[in-house]
Design a protein around this ligand. Structure first.
Ligand code: FAD
Length: 287
């Protein structure tokens, strides 16, 4: 089923994200974890894609296996390291697997790479155009409530986002954020610029302190003092940090839903126990 059709009846929609293994050895373990998440019956699951293109086969394979368990899936697709011909081949695979939803991404530019490739892509909107021409897919794309790291400022980033959406995007999913006011402000700004597609709020349950150091280094995400206090107090206690991280993410989600944000995307990081705790914490709310 297409994600846009799920959104049509205006109900709360929850999705969980998994990522494919870097090596084939780990495939079965990742698939087992992903299936455990699928059995929780989220509205859909997304499977990420390695920007280098190496894991493309596993992305489509996992998305297909999850779909066969009865959960709708979306396959991510990045284009930074692929030619148009290579992208076309992956689109054919996706189509053949019966997957109707694609998250169209450029991907981070790999250090030292020859970017853009000859007959490749510069920005995600070009990929959106190609997907649109290739079949009847529901197309999602990424957005950045705090601005993308390469953008000079948020206003410029939103103008670029508008171009991407206008090229055929059906819905957006945000980069993670830890202060809901950042999302509310972003939604106000994009709606003002005429971006009207549904937006899924990306929520990351942080369950260890190393994870948060990595996140901040990569994306410059703002950490509210309330969140920093949790990491300072519980960062060295694995079990306590996990419990606190899940509670923080749950509170964020409840506040979002209470304020009318019906699309919630959880960066569940192949961890069924995290997905399960979140579903349990929301059980009455999702009824
Ligand atoms: P774009 O939309 O192309 O934007 C990239 C930059 O270019 C932005 O600064 C934008 O403002 C600018 N820009 C866009 N269009 C123009 C234009 N016409 N002129 C000038 N500037 C322009 N990465 C992976 O490798 N695999 C994944 O599976 C994956 N999944 C993700 C899922 C989500 C929900 C999010 C938020 C990110 C994900 N990423 C993933 C990371 C993403 O690939 C990177 O953040 C990447 O740097 C940008 O990708 P994009 O699709 O947003 O690019």
């Amino acid at each position: 089923m297409k994600i846009t059709d799920k959104l049509a009846d205006n109900k709360i929609t929850i999705s969980f994200e998994v990522f494919p293994p870097k090596t084939n050895d780990a495939y079965e373990n990742v698939l087992a974890a992903a299936k455990e998440i699928a059995y929780l019956k989220p509205d859909f699951m997304s499977v990420t894609y390695g920007a280098g293109g190496g894991t493309s086969k596993n992305t489509v394979k996992i998305a297909k296996e999850l779909k066969d368990t009865g959960v709708d899936t979306i396959a991510h697709l990045t284009c930074v390291s692929s030619t148009k011909k290579e992208v076309k081949a992956v689109l054919d695979e996706i189509k053949e697997a019966g997957i109707e939803n694609i998250l169209a991404l450029r991907g981070d530019i790999p250090e030292g790479s020859r970017f853009p490739l000859k007959d490749g892509y510069m920005y995600a909107y070009e990929l959106v155009e190609d997907i649109k021409n290739c079949g009847d897919f529901c197309i999602g794309a990424a957005c950045y409530p705090e601005g993308h790291t390469e953008s000079a400022n948020k206003a410029e980033d939103i103008l670029n986002l508008k171009q991407k959406v206008d090229s055929g995007v059906d819905f957006l999913t945000t980069q993670m954020f830890f202060d809901n006011n950042i999302l509310y402000n972003f939604l106000y700004r994009i709606r003002e610029k005429g971006i009207t597609v549904p937006v899924f709020a990306g929520i990351m349950p942080v369950t260890n302190s190393a994870q948060i150091d990595r996140i901040c280094k990569l994306s410059g995400t703002y950490l509210p003092s309330r969140f920093k206090a949790i990491v300072d107090r519980f960062g060295n206690n694995t079990a306590a940090m996990k419990q606190a991280g899940i509670a923080y993410a749950t509170e964020q989600i409840i506040d979002l839903i209470a304020n009318g944000v019906n699309g919630i995307h959880v960066y569940s990081m192949n961890k069924p126990e995290i997905a399960e705790s979140i579903m349990k914490n929301l059980s009455e709310i999702l009824k």
